[in-house]
Design a protein around this ligand. Structure first.
Ligand SMILES: Nc1nc2c(ncn2[C@@H]2O[C@H](COP(=O)(O)OP(=O)(O)OP(=O)(O)O)[C@@H](O)[C@H]2O)c(=O)[nH]1
Ligand SMILES: [Mg+2]
Length: 335
């Protein structure tokens, strides 16, 4: 299951109350005020963790509360501060206040920390109110409540490679060949309704691949599944554009390629600036070599790397995987 949005409740610790007390000592008839301050409530801090890729753990644990501050005590004892809690969230999480819709933070780097709810201040004890003219104060404050917020967390998938192409182009089949992802695969369009993520490994280099729904002509006007799902690959470093070159499509591969490019453009110009690898798929089922050759020429004219694969026979898969890893790590270095 792919999860990219979750709601959680965070509650920082309340401040401890200030204390009302007077010294009582054996040989001192009238002691002075000695009520200590309450401790601060703990904060709720979110931390970007490189070890989390999804918001799934929040589904099982939607409430996070920090400890309250202890109350002040007599003999001028300040209450202990409440402990803060840290909650891990994947890099790429954007935090919104669920009530106002305001964006509070965008976690872009591992280790990035942000206080989502501040602990309440402790109340002052009566000792703090003593002055030369006011020697037996009875004033003391309650602790301030800790902040409580409903948050909406949104995670844009931090995939490195986005697979784009027509429905049925073989995107899900490819991700199942190069990663442990096991998405639904079928010979009808729009099999994939939700993005699938897979981790591919070449030698010791990992990269995350996102398999998304197919695009068709007019997707930006709502045809098929629309284009909104493209936001899941907005931050990828590389696009692999899959074009079915078999006769089964009944369409021209070069035309398919252009249609998808147009849909990408209508989502955002940035999409077209991403490095792209052109992948001719289902070459085992392509009878007419000219269909493959035409696409290859088209790619070469545009300086786009070209690969041909069959997910059935395995032909070309390793070379493509290696090219993806190289491109991902190359753009990582340049970034
Ligand atoms: N002959 C052949 N068939 C393939 C190959 N790759 C995928 N297929 C078949 O093509 C059909 C569509 O494959 P999918 O992987 O579901 O295609 P998709 O691009 O994910 O499709 P959507 O999710 O609908 O966008 C399935 O019946 C696959 O078995 C291939 O290399 N050769
Ligand atoms: Mg699919």
């Amino acid at each position: 299951m792919f999860i990219d949005e979750v709601r959680i409740l965070v509650k920082a610790g309340d401040g401890g109350n200030g204390c009302l007390a007077f010294r009582r000592e054996k040989y001192v008839p009238r002691g002075g005020p000695s009520g200590g301050d309450g401790g601060r409530g703990g904060d709720v801090i979110m931390v970007a963790s490189p070890h989390h890729n999804t918001l799934l753990h929040f589904r099982f644990n939607p409430e996070h509360k920090a400890e309250r501050g202890r109350h002040g005590e007599g003999s001028n004892k300040t209450g202990r501060d409440g402990a803060s809690i840290e909650i891990d969230t994947p890099v790429g999480t954007i935090v919104y206040d669920a009530e106002t819709g305001e964006q509070l933070h965008d976690f872009t780097e591992p280790g990035d920390r942000f206080i989502v709810a501040h602990g309440g201040r402790g109340g002052r004890g009566n000792a703090r109110f003593a002055t030369s003219t006011h020697q037996a104060p009875t004033e003391h404050e309650p602790g301030k409540p800790g902040e409580e917020k409903r948050l909406r967390l949104e995670l844009k998938l931090l995939a490195d490679v986005g697979l784009v192409g027509f429905p049925n182009a073989g995107k899900s089949t490819l991700i199942s060949r190069i990663s442990a992802a096991r998405p639904k695969i079928a010979d009808y369009p729009f099999t994939t309704l939700e993005p699938n993520l897979g981790v591919a490994t070449v030698d010791d280099r990992d990269f995350v691949v996102a398999d998304i729904p197919g695009l068709i002509e007019g997707a930006h006007t709502g045809h098929g599944l629309g284009i909104q799902f493209l936001r899941h690959i907005e931050r990828t470093r590389l696009l692999a554009h899959l074009v079915d070159v078999s006769e089964m499509t009944g369409r021209d591969p070069v035309h398919d390629f252009e249609v998808v490019m147009e849909e990408l453009r209508s989502f955002s110009e940035e999409m077209l600036k991403k490095p792209m690898i052109v992948v001719a798929t289902k070459i085992d089922a392509a009878q007419d070599p000219e269909r493959v050759a035409a696409l290859e020429r088209y790619a070469i004219e545009r300086n786009l790397p070209f690969y041909k694969i069959s997910s059935v026979t395995g032909e070309g898969i390793d070379a493509l995987k290696r090219a993806m890893a190289d491109a991902v790590h190359q753009t990582a270095k340049n970034a």
